[in-house]
Design a protein around this ligand. Sequence first.
Ligand SMILES: Nc1nc2c(ncn2[C@@H]2O[C@H](COP(=O)(O)O[C@H]3[C@@H](O)[C@H](n4cnc5c(=O)[nH]c(N)nc54)O[C@@H]3COP(=O)(O)O)[C@@H](O)[C@H]2O)c(=O)[nH]1
Length: 577
Amino acid sequence: MTLTSSARAPAQIAAPDTEAALRLAATVFEAAQGMMVTDARGRIMRVNQAFVRITGYSPEEVLGQTPNLLSSGRHVPGFYASMWAAIVRDGKWEGEIWNRRKNGEVYPEHLSITAVYDEDGKITNYVASLTDITLSKAANDEIRSLAFYDPLTQLPNRRLLLDRLRQVLSASNHHDRYCALMFIDLDNFKTLNDTLGHNVGDQLLLQVAERLQSSLRKGDTVARLGGDEFVVLVEGLSSGAEEAAGEIETLGAKILAALNRPYELGNHNCRSTPSIGATLFHNGQPPEPDELLMQADIAMYQAKQAGRNGMRFFDRQMQDRISERAKLENDLRHAMERHQFALHYQVQVDAHGKAHGAEALLRWRRADGSWVPPASFIPLAEETGLILPIGHWVLNAACAQIKEWQSVPGMEQLILAINVSAQQFRQPDFGDVVRAAVERHGIDPRLLKLELTEGVLLEKIEETISCMHALRAIGVRFALDDFGTGYSSLQYLKRLPLNQLKIDQSFVRDLASDSSDQVIVRTIIAMARSLQLDVIAEGVETEAQRVLLEELGCRRYQGYLYSRPVPEPQLRALITE
Ligand SMILES: Nc1nc2c(ncn2[C@@H]2O[C@H](COP(=O)(O)O[C@H]3[C@@H](O)[C@H](n4cnc5c(=O)[nH]c(N)nc54)O[C@@H]3COP(=O)(O)O)[C@@H](O)[C@H]2O)c(=O)[nH]1
C-alpha cells in the first residue's frame, strides 16, 4: 500500500511539493481499499469513497471523530493497547480486525496503519488502509470447514481429530492423567442403508452424532471418520489405569445405552447398536496418533467378534497376535510360488501291521527354514480363502505321488488320503477339479481317498451328497475325519456314500483310562458296522491303545506307534524295506 509504506520519512501526502505529486496522491487515495487519515491525536481528517462504501458512514459523519466509532466490541481488552504499542514502537501495524458498519453489522477487515512523521520525527498523522475481507473470510471458513469437518454431521473429521490427538499427546500438562480414544462403529449400518435408503441412513448418523455429543463432557471430542465410524477422544481421566478404565467403562455403558434407544427416522422406527473399542493412553507419551486409532479400531473389531453391541479394551498382546497373523498371512500368500509347501506321509496299517495306505499331510517350510505346523496356518488359509489354491496344490501333488508309486514295488496299491476342507469341497466345480486331476495324472481313482470333516455336512447337504456320488461313481473313496467330534446325524450318515469313519484321536488318547471314551469308540464301531463302513483309529501312540481298539473291533490304525508323518523317501523305506 503505497501511501503507508515509508513510515519514517515525512510522507508526500503531508507535504506535497508539486502539483503532479498532489494529483498522484489524490488518485492513489481513491484506491479500491478504504483509506482514512487522522491527525496525531487520532481524529479523522479524511476518508475516501471506498471507506464510505465499506463502513456506510459519509465523510461528514466521521470527520473529527476517532476510529472508535467503528469498534465492534469483539476484541479482548488488551487488543487495541497492543496494536497502538506496535504503532508507537514500529511506526506501523497490520492485521485482521472486526469492525462495525454504520448499520450495526460486524465485519472482518484487513487493516494497515502507518504513522507519518515530520522532519523532526514527530508523528503528524496516521494513515489507515482497510479492506473488507467478508467474502474471502467466508471462503476461507468454507474451506476450513470442508477440510476439518464432516459435511453431514459437522463433527470434526479424521484430520482434525488427529490434529487434536497430536496436541494432546504433545501437551506437557496433566502428565499423570489418562486419556482414552474410543472407536465406535454401528452394527449392521450397511443393511439399514441398503434397505431403507441413504437418506434414512444419514438421519441415523445425525441422531447418533447428537446422542454421542450429549453423552460426553464439554471438553471431550467426538469426530466422524466417515461411514458409520465415530471416534471419541476423552481427556483428564484418573491417573490410575484401573480407575481410568473404570471411567471409560462407565462412559462406554452410557454411550451404549444412548445409541441403543430406538430411532425415529422419518416414517421408520429403527433400532441400531454400536460396537466400541477403547484404548487408554497418557498425554506426553508415545505412541503416534495413527497407532492409537488403530488400537481402538482393533479393540472395536474384538467387540464385533464378541457378539457386537458391546465394548472391548485394546491390549498389546492382542495387537502382537494380530501383527503376527498379518505377517503369517502375507508369507502364506507367497508360499506356493516360492515352492515352500511339501507333503509328508503317515502310514495307515491293517490288523496285521501291514501298510494299506497313507495320509498326506501338508507341511510349510518358511524362507528361514522353520516349519509351520498346519494347525497354525490351515485355519488362516481357510479364513482368507487361500485354502482353495492350497487344496488344489495338495490334490495335484497327491495324484502325482500316487502315479509315481505305480512303479515302486510294494506301493502300487497304497491308498493315499488327503484332507479336503469344507470350503474346498463346496466349490461348485470341486467334482470336476478332482476328476481332472485324476485324469491328468492318469491314476486309478480308487487309490485316492478324500477325508472330509463333519463340517462339510452342515450346509447344502443335497449338493454334498450328489458331488460325493459323482466321485464315488468313478471310484474315488471317502472317509469322514475326526469322527465323533462333530454333529453328524445318523440320518445323513446313512445317505452319504462313505467308505470309512475315522475315529478322532481325542477318543483314542485316554482310551485305556477313560471308560466313556471306550463306550464312544464301541458305539462308533457298531454304527460303522451297521452302515457297512470301514473304521480307522487315528492318534494311536501305544500298543495298549492298539490292543484295546482291536478288542473293541477296530482293525485299521494310524499313529506314532507306526510312524510320524514323514517325507516320501522315509515312507518308501518304511514300506518297502
Ligand atoms: N485342509 C487340509 N488340512 C490339512 C492338510 N494337512 C493337514 N491338515 C490338517 O491340519 C491339522 C493338523 O495336521 P498335522 O499337524 O499334520 O497333524 C496330523 C498328524 O500329524 C497328527 N497325528 C497323527 N498321528 C498322531 C499321534 O499318534 N499322536 C498325535 N498327537 N498326533 C498324531 O494328527 C493329525 C492328523 O489329522 P487328521 O487329518 O485329522 O487325520 C489336521 O486337522 C489336519 O487334518 C491339508 O492338506 N489340507
